[in-house]
Design a protein around this ligand. Structure first.
Ligand SMILES: NC(=O)c1ccc[n+]([C@@H]2O[C@H](COP(=O)([O-])OP(=O)(O)OC[C@H]3O[C@@H](n4cnc5c(N)ncnc54)[C@H](OP(=O)(O)O)[C@@H]3O)[C@@H](O)[C@H]2O)c1
Length: 329
């Protein structure tokens, strides 16, 4: 038995936690209680890899659930791991199943040795897909799939403008939209990103923070895959009646009205069917998943601070299993 398993039996685990609202500086690697025995349809998962979204410490759900402060909070909602205990209503799940999925944003996350997850927020991880890759893909890929299926509602031949073409969500948007026959234009900040953006499926890559020369109304839809502060050109670029989707904050109703577009905030949900489809795509090697950096859980604070964030595009992932292996006698 390794140290992680013996401490878990004592009801303790290692976790990355924030005791007060803030940024990466609040994160502490410490002992925390192992999540309770699962009830209902929850399952307890021993985490092997947990991916991070740098913006997640700015999300309200990271700090508050149903209006109640939920510190100390454990971040990271994108995980791969092994089921170790199942609730009475967790159908089709058993201890030992290798799974990947998304922890609801207002629950404690996966930057820990164990996490409690509703069984409909995970799916079987295909054998052969590395945990780090499965964890890295979950949130951005499901976000891109969900946004394309529902709020963007585009069909082949239509035009999509994506702000922030090098990001994790944008990378999957380009790949999926291109396969659907949608013409994708992305904006990037550096010319070094152009080749990759094109390889991922962008037909056109605009290198500028504030791209000039986009004809007003020339796109059927746009999406802000950078974050907060959606600029007005992302609204102006869309034809009247088209869609503008934000991912980090509510859209600007005045700008939407000014340009005659439907603007909505989209929030991803973990759906077993989408996870199963993603698992199949990962197993088949049909999509490119970029992992920029891998940190041990103990160095989670540096991971969230973006310390040493390389020029390499992609997700930052916490290799939680690394502690267990190093602890194994
Ligand atoms: N609502 C939802 O369901 C949901 C789900 C997932 C993510 N999100 C949100 O979606 C956003 C993107 O997430 P992500 O995981 O894709 O983050 P990410 O990988 O950090 O991507 C953000 C990208 O934006 C680029 N960028 C920053 N400023 C830019 C600018 N002015 N012009 C062009 N590109 C710019 C960054 O480029 P550099 O590499 O050059 O810095 C980075 O590649 C975040 O705000 C996240 O919180 C929301």
């Amino acid at each position: 038995m390794n140290t992680a398993e013996s401490t878990a039996q004592a009801g303790r685990m290692k976790a990355l936690r924030a005791h007060a609202r803030g940024g990466a500086e609040q994160l502490v690697y410490e002992d925390a209680p192992v999540p309770e025995d699962p009830s209902g349809s929850d399952v307890r998962v021993r985490v092997k890899a947990a991916a991070i979204t740098l913006d997640e410490l700015t999300w309200e759900e990271t700090w508050v659930a149903d209006g109640v402060d939920r510190t100390p909070t454990i971040p990271s909602h994108e995980f791969s791991g092994v089921v170790v205990a199942v609730g009475p209503d967790a159908e089709g799940m058993a201890a030992g199943d290798e799974v990947f999925g998304l922890v609801p944003f207002d629950r404690n996350g996966a930057a820990a040795e164990y996490v409690l997850v509703p069984s409909d927020s995970l799916a079987a991880k295909p054998a052969g897909v590395p945990d780090v890759v499965a964890a890295a893909a979950v949130l951005p890929a499901l976000t891109a799939m969900g946004a394309l299926e529902e709020p963007l509602g585009l069909v082949a031949g239509q035009r999509l403008l994506v702000r922030g073409g090098t990001g994790a969500v944008a990378s999957f948007l380009s790949q999926f939209a291109h396969r659907m026959g949608i013409s994708v234009t992305v904006t990037v900040r550096s010319s070094t990103a152009v080749e990759r953006a094109k390889r991922l499926g962008a037909e056109e890559v605009l290198v500028a923070d504030e791209p000039a020369g986009i004809a007003p109304g020339s796109f059927d839809a746009s999406i802000d895959a950078v974050g907060a502060g959606t600029p007005d050109w992302l609204y102006r670029a869309v034809r009247p009646g088209g869609r503008v989707i934000t991912l980090q904050e509510a859209p600007d109703a005045d700008l939407a009205q000014k340009f005659g577009v439907d603007a909505d905030f989209f929030l991803v949900e973990a759906r077993p069917d989408a996870l199963t489809r993603l698992g199949a795509e990962l197993a088949a090697g049909d999509i490119e998943v970029a992992v920029a950096q891998v940190y041990p859980l103990a160095e989670g604070r540096a991971a969230y601070a973006g310390t040493g964030r390389s020029e390499k595009p992609g997700k930052t992932v916490l290799d939680v299993a690394a502690r267990e292996s190093s602890d194994t006698a």
